[in-house]
Design a protein around this ligand. Structure first.
Ligand code: NAD
Length: 354
C-alpha cells in the first residue's frame, strides 16, 4: 500500500494555437487594468512581444525588456521602479524561464498577479519556486505566492524556437519528469503526468528534428513541458537537479544545455537504486534501458552530450563534485564524492552510459 500527500497549486492554464489573443481577457479576469509587459529583449521574440503589446492595447501601461538568465536581483530592482512609477496592477511575462523568473521575483515582492506566456519548455511557469542571483550566488526559495495565477500557452510562439534550444529545453522538461518518478514525494498524479510527459517528449523531439515547424509535435512538446513543470512544482527533485544547479550557479554553464548533458549520467548513477522508475521510463521511451535510451535520443536529435563542449574546464570537475555533495539531499542512491567524480568525468567526456 502506498501513502502520499498531494497538493495542487491554484493555477489556471489556457492552452492552444493563437491563444495570445486571449491574454487581455485573462488580465481582466484577474481584475487588472495597468499591465507591466515583461520580456528579455531578444530580437528573436521581438515580433511576438509586439503582437502581445498590440493585443493588450490600453491595458499595457509599461514595458520592461531586461529579463536576464538566473534572475539577478539588480534587474528585479530596476523593474520594481517601473512597477511603482506606473502603478502597475498586473504582470504579463512573455519568454523563457528567465523572463518567468523576473515575473516571479516581482510578484513575491509586490503580491501582484502574474500571467505567463511561455516560449520554451523550461516549466518554471508551473512552479512556486524562484531562483535568484545575489552577488553572483544563486539563492532558491519557494512560496505559494510565487506560483503564477495564469499561464497562457500558445503553440504558435514555439514554432520559431531554434532547433538546438528546442532540443535542450525539451530535455530540461524530460529531466523534471524523470526525477519526479523517483522522488520520495511522488504521488499517483505526478506519476501519471511524468509518464505522459516522457512518452510525449520521446515522440515529439525526433518529429521536430525532422520538421521543426510540425505543429502537432510542437503542441505535444509544449503540453509535456506543462505536465513536467507541474511535477517539478509538486515534488522534490534529486541528484540531477542539484548537480545542474551547481554547474549553472558556480560555473556559469547554460541551464538547458547542462540538463541535456547531465541527465543520462544522473539516471545511470541512480538506476540500480530506482529500478521501478527506470523500468517505467524505459517503457514510456520504448527502449530496453532508460539511461542509454535518453542518451541515444539526445544524440539522435543533435543535442550536446559532453560538459567539455559546453566549455567546462576539466580542472573544475573535482570542485563541482565537492560543491554538489556539500549538503545532503534526498536521492535514491547515496551521493558520494567519489561517485559524483565518476559521473562528472563521464559527462565531461560525453561517454555513453554503461
Ligand atoms: P531562457 O529564458 O534564458 O531562454 C533561452 C534563450 O531562448 C533566450 O535567448 C531567449 O530569448 C530565447 N528564446 C526563448 N523563447 C524563444 C522563442 N520562442 N523563439 C526564439 N528564441 C527564444 O532559458 P530557459 O531555458 O527557458 O530558462 C532558463 C531559466 O529558467 C534559468 O534561469 C532557470 O534557472 C530558470 N528555471 C526556473 C525554474 C523554476 O521552477 N524556478 C524551472 C525551470 C527553469
Amino acid at each position: 500500500m502506498r501513502s502520499f500527500v498531494h497538493t495542487t497549486g491554484p493555477s489556471r492554464v489556457v492552452f492552444g494555437a493563437g491563444t495570445l489573443s486571449q491574454v487581455s481577457d485573462e488580465v481582466e479576469r484577474l481584475g487588472g487594468a495597468r499591465v507591466l509587459l515583461l520580456s528579455d529583449g531578444s530580437p528573436a521574440l521581438r515580433k511576438d512581444v509586439e503582437r502581445l503589446r498590440a493585443a493588450l492595447g490600453d491595458l499595457a501601461v509599461a514595458e520592461f525588456d531586461g529579463a536576464a538568465m538566473h534572475t539577478p536581483v539588480g534587474v528585479t530592482e530596476q523593474a520594481l521602479g517601473t512597477v511603482r512609477e506606473q502603478r502597475v496592477d498586473c504582470l504579463v511575462a512573455i519568454g523563457g524561464g528567465s523572463t518567468t523568473g523576473l515575473a516571479k521575483a516581482l510578484a513575491v515582492r509586490t503580491d501582484l498577479p502574474q500571467i505567463i506566456v511561455p516560449t520554451t519548455y523550461a516549466g518554471s511557469e508551473a512552479t512556486p519556486v524562484l531562483g535568484e542571483t545575489v552577488d553572483g550566488r544563486k539563492v532558491t526559495r519557494s512560496a505559494p505566492g510565487i506560483l503564477p495565477e495564469t499561464v497562457v500557452y500558445d503553440i504558435e510562439l514555439t514554432l520559431g524556437l531554434p532547433a538546438p534550444i528546442s532540443v535542450t529545453s525539451g530535455v530540461n522538461a524530460l529531466a523534471h519528469a524523470v526525477e519526479a518518478l523517483y522522488s520520495p514525494d511522488a504521488t499517483p498524479v505526478t506519476d501519471a503526468m511524468a509518464l505522459e510527459a516522457v512518452a510525449a517528449i520521446a515522440r515529439a523531439l525526433p518529429a521536430l528534428h525532422d520538421d521543426p515547424s510540425a505543429l502537432e509535435a510542437r503542441a505535444e512538446l509544449l503540453q509535456a513541458a506543462w505536465l513536467a513543470g507541474t511535477c517539478l512544482g509538486a515534488v522534490g527533485m534529486g541528484l540531477h537537479h542539484k548537480l545542474c544547479h551547481t554547474l549553472g550557479g558556480t560555473f556559469g554553464l547554460p541551464h538547458a544545455d547542462t540538463h541535456t548533458v547531465v541527465l543520462p549520467h544522473a539516471m545511470a548513477y541512480n538506476a540500480a537504486a530506482a529500478p521501478d522508475a527506470m523500468d517505467r521510463v524505459a517503457r514510456a521511451l520504448g527502449v530496453p534501458d532508460a539511461p542509454t535510451g535518453v542518451f541515444d535520443l539526445i544524440r539522435r536529435v543533435g543535442g550536446p552530450t559532453s560538459l567539455r563542449e559546453l566549455g567546462m574546464a576539466e580542472a573544475d570537475l573535482n570542485r563541482a563534485a565537492e560543491a554538489a555533495t556539500a549538503q545532503p539531499y534526498p536521492n535514491p542512491r547515496e551521493v558520494t564524492r567519489t561517485g559524483l567524480a565518476g559521473l562528472l568525468r563521464d559527462a565531461w567526456q560525453g561517454r555513453r552510459p554503461q
